[in-house]
Design a protein around this ligand. Sequence first.
Ligand code: 13P
Length: 340
Amino acid sequence: MKTKEIIRTTRLLVNDNKGILAMDESFPTCNKRFAKLGIPQTVEARRAYREMLVTTPGLGDFISGAILFDETIRQKTKDGTPFINVLTNAGIIPGIKVDTGTKDLAGHPGEKITEGLDGLRDRLTEYYQMGARFAKWRAVIAIGDGIPSRAGIEANAQTLAIYAALSQEAGLVPIVEPEVLMDGSHTMARCFEVSEEVLLTVFNQLYTQGVMLEGMILKPNMIVPGLDCPKQESVDEVATATIKCLQRAVPAAVHGITFLSGGQSAELASARLNAMNIHFKSRSPWELSFSFGRALQQPALETWLGLDENVHEAQKALYHRAECNYAARLGEYNAIMETT
Ligand code: 13P
């Protein structure tokens, strides 16, 4: 195993207060977001959008890595430069989403299992040869009446661990993403309880499969109340609950935790990450970072709207969110950054 290289990549992805840009939306997800804004759902529109993102001037000041989708990793800018080269030249490590999405878990209504293990070894080898140095796999856990079940949690945890072991075998850093969804009216306490069980199960499986913890990144949800829960805790309460949950379940050998944004507003995601770093950075065994999709991209997408003339302003919006989250890693983000 390329142990040294994997550990080096892991550190590069989370050191220097930089974070990861998740831009790996699958066709359906990307098309859904385009449709909402009246942007055509074509290969060319998706290519043009991703070109806008990866060519943002100065992005590498705040972004260490970018997660691509299979379509995107094979695409080029209009002038013929592969996106992989654009990113590498900007000092940004290319990564790749390798799961193939979720399906209903048999016998467990309301629960999902993530697919993509078939042929994964060969795909990982190809992605490494193309220049990718890390991978991502997302498992989805919904909270509802009687769910998640042990069956759902264990099936997803084992699949995540098998993926992580295969990634390390191929020289890629696995980003392990067990996402407990925000949808629903559940309380923050329920999110805590479910996330704790999920994380403990995932780390148990990572141990069982022999995954090297120093050479992986955990991408968890923050501990938040459901979107429809009447009680919405403060930024500091969310930060404290999130750290408490992680302290119970995540071994200190893990070097980096990069949160997903999961449908929080861009500002709230930055504020909560900021609070965690203010209160816990000095005594945290892990770097507390970000791997946001929507919370980095949404303002840029809403500015771009599929039009060439908006590219410059859209890039400014992406750069701004990247800078805000870089500041949040330092505990230096504040509301004034949103108005200047
Ligand atoms: P969000 O930050 O929009 O949740 O996306 C992160 C991600 O990579 C989902 O898999």
